[in-house]
Design a protein around this ligand. Sequence first.
Ligand code: SF4
Length: 140
Amino acid sequence: MSQPSEKSLGRVRKLVDAYTNKSGTTTHPNDEVREAVELGLAKNIDEIGRPLCPCRFYPDKQEEIKHRTWVCPCDDMQVYKYCHCLLFVKEDGNPITEYLPEGHDGLEVYGVVKDPTPDLGRVLKHKAEEREIERRQRQS
Ligand code: SF4
């Protein structure tokens, strides 16, 4: 499997350090999980210039980055503090799910996982309603 450039990997590691502090989350306790996501983000920087979330499929990555929905830290993270790649999680490795809307996959998989640092992160929480409308449209 090809490796990303050191430059992009360094950029991702800086982003991850800064964002864990800012959001009050930690990286996954299993280093293999953290590393796989970081490598995926760095490869996307090499390929398209942005840290597009590596845990999703995109028919057209260039088209996708015209809006920032899945550029890390993605809207799900900034609105709900939920990281479906398990990069930004609680110390036990579980993603925070307590702010997710009813019916969201994350709640169904992990149940309600409380946020240990509710005063940090969620800078786009005011967009929760808009985000939920988009999610329902994608499902229909
Ligand atoms: S789910 Fe969001 S926050 Fe988590 S790695 Fe992907 S883009 Fe980043």
